[in-house]
Ligand binder design. Structure first.
Ligand code: ADP
Ligand code: MG
Length: 428
C-alpha cells in the first residue's frame, strides 16, 4: 500500500507542516491512514498525526472526517465531551501523492487492547460503569447536539485518554523528543527504544490499574481495591471516517459486523439508535471479555442469518412485523417471521448467560441485564437514547467489590464457545 495513491512512508524524525510537527513513532494504522506520534515544536506537546492515503477516494473521506471533527471541536471548546479533539490539519506532498493530514490530541490505548491486556476476562464492573458513562457522554453530544451518527462504534474506536499532565509526561522525562531524522537506521536509535519501552510500560500499567487485575504482561499482582478508588477512567470516541449526518444517511451497510444492529442487516432504515446497539455490544464485551455476537456462516446459511439467530437466542424472537419489514427480510425470514434456514434456536437469556458462563452473581447479572436489554430492543425507536441511558441507576451505583469481583479464582470466566451446534441449526 506504500505506492502511488496509498500510504505515505514516514520515518522517525520526518518534519511536517513546514517543520512544526516531527514524527516520533508509529501509533497505529487503519484502512485509510497511518497514525504517528508527533512532537509539536510550537506547543512542546505530543500529538497524534493521522496521515491519509493519497488517492482521491481517501482524500474525499479525509475531507469529510475533517468537516465532522471540526464541528465536534467547535461545539466542545473545553474538550470535555469524550470525543477526540482535532487540533489542526494540512496537506503533505510526498512521493505517493498529496496526503491530507489531521493533527489530533494524543490518546492512549484502545479499549480492545485493554481487554486483551486483561486476558479477555472482562473488567471489573465499576470500571465498566465509568467507561460506559464516558461513551454515553460522547454519544449524547454527537447525537443530540451535532446530529451525527458514528456508525462504527466498537472497542477499537474508543481510546483511553492520557490523563497525565503533558508537562510531566513520562515519555519526555525519560527521553527528549526527536527533532530531526537520526543517522543510520531510525528504528534502532537509543532514544526511540526508550520511548517505546516507556509507552509499553505505561500502557501495561494503565491497563493493570483500570482492570484491577494482574496484567497479561506479567505485571505486579493487583493492589487492594482501596488503591483504585478515584482512578478516573476517561476515554474518547475516535475514527470519524465513516460517520454520517442523520439527515442524510449515505451507506446502506454500516458498522463492523459484530456491532451491527438488526435494522442494518434487514435494511429497514437506521438512525442514531444504531450507535446505541453497538454501545450495548461494547459494554457487554468490556464486562465479559467476549464479543456479544460473533456470527459465522455455515452450511446453507450465511453470516447474516447466523447473526439474526444469535440475536434471537439472547434477546427473544424478533417481532414478526420487524422481521418481515426490511428490504432484505425475504432473504432470511418466511412470512411468519421465522428464519428460513436456522429452524431451532437455543434460547439463553442475558442474565442467565452472565451467571452461567461468566459467573456473575445473581444481582450483578440482573442489574447489568436490566441496563442492557432495553438498548437491545429490536424496535430501533424504542431503544433509550444516550441521554436517557445516562440517567439509568446502573450507571450511578458504585458497588463495594463483592464476591465475584475481588477473589481471583472464583472470577475466572469460562471460555468455551456458545453451545449451539451447527446440527441443531440446520435441523439435523
Ligand atoms: P482509520 O480511519 O484509517 O481506520 P483511525 O482513526 O481508526 O484510522 O486510526 C488508526 C489507529 O491509529 C487507531 O486504531 C489507533 O490505534 C491509532 N490512533 C488514532 N487516533 C489516535 C489518537 N488520537 N491518539 C493515539 N492513537 C490514535
Ligand atoms: Mg479505524
Amino acid at each position: 500500500s506504500y505506492r502511488k495513491g496509498g500510504y505515505h512512508a514516514v520515518r522517525v524524525g520526518d518534519p511536517f507542516a513546514g517543520g512544526r510537527y516531527v514524527a516520533q513513532k508509529k501509533l497505529g494504522w487503519g484502512q485509510f491512514s497511518t497514525v504517528w506520534l508527533a512532537y509539536d515544536t510550537q506547543t512542546s506537546k505530543y500529538v497524534a498525526l493521522k496521515i491519509q492515503k493519497s488517492a482521491a477516494l481517501f482524500a474525499q473521506a479525509a475531507l469529510h472526517e475533517i468537516e465532522v471533527l471540526s464541528a465536534i471541536a467547535d461545539g466542545d471548546p473545553s474538550n470535555s465531551r469524550c470525543v477526540v479533539q482535532l487540533m489542526d490539519h494540512f496537506k503533505h506532498v510526498g512521493p505517493n501523492g498529496q496526503h491530507l493530514c489531521m493533527v489530533l490530541e494524543f490518546l492512549g490505548d484502545s479499549l480492545l487492547r485493554l481487554i486483551k491486556y486483561n486476558r479477555y476476562k472482562g473488567l471489573e464492573l465499576n470500571k465498566v460503569r465509568e467507561i460506559c458513562r464516558c461513551i454515553l457522554v460522547g454519544l449524547d453530544y454527537l447525537h443530540r447536539e451535532l446530529g451525527i451518527i458514528h456508525t462504527d462504534l466498537k472497542p477499537e474506536n474508543i481510546l483511553l485518554a492520557n490523563t497525565i499532565d503533558p508537562a510531566k509526561d513520562p515519555i519526555r522525562s525519560g527521553a527528549s523528543p526527536i527533532l530531526e531524522r537520526p543517522e543510520g537506521n531510525p528504528y534502532t536509535g537509543v532514544t526511540m527504544s526508550l520511548i517505546e519501552k516507556k509507552l509499553k510500560r505505561r500502557a501495561r500499567r494503565a491497563a493493570a490499574k483500570i482492570s484491577g487485575r494482574r496484567s497479561s504482561m506479567g505485571g505486579a499482582a493487583p493492589k487492594p481495591e482501596r488503591s483504585m478508588e478515584g482512578i478516573d477512567v476517561q476515554c474518547k470516541i475516535v475514527d470519524f471516517g465513516n460517520t454520517c449526518w442523520a439527515d442524510k444517511p449515505v451507506a446502506e451497510e454500516i458498522q463492523t459486523r459484530q456491532y451491527r444492529a438488526p435494522e442494518v442487516i434487514l435494511q429497514s432504515g437506521y438512525s442514531f439508535s444504531v450507535d446505541m446497539w453497538s454501545f450495548a455490544c461494547t459494554a457487554f464485551e468490556l464486562a465479559t471479555g467476549d464479543m456479544m455476537f460473533a456470527p459465522k456462516g455455515g452450511q446453507g446459511f450465511g453470516e447474516d442469518e447466523d447473526h439474526l439467530a444469535l440475536m434471537m437466542e439472547l434477546l427473544g424472537k424478533i417481532p414478526r412485523k420487524i422481521a418481515t419489514g426490511g428490504a432484505r427480510s425475504k432473504d432470511f425470514f418466511d412470512k411468519y417471521g421465522d428464519l428460513k434456514r436456522i429452524r431451532r434456536l437455543k434460547f439463553w437469556p442475558l442474565d442467565q448467560l452472565l451467571m452461567d458462563k461468566y459467573k456473575f452473581s445473581e444481582t450483578d447479572a440482573r442489574e447489568f441485564a436490566e441496563f442492557l436489554t432495553p438498548i437491545l430492543d429490536f424496535a430501533p425507536e424504542k431503544r433509550p437514547t444516550a441521554q436517557q441511558c445516562l440517567q439509568h441507576p446502573w450507571l450511578t451505583m458504585r458497588k463495594q467489590s463483592a464476591h465475584n469481583e475481588t477473589s481471583n479464582d472464583s472470577n475466572v470466566r469460562t471460555v468455551e464457545a456458545r453451545v449451539r451446534s451447527l446440527q441443531i441449526k440446520v435441523g439435523k
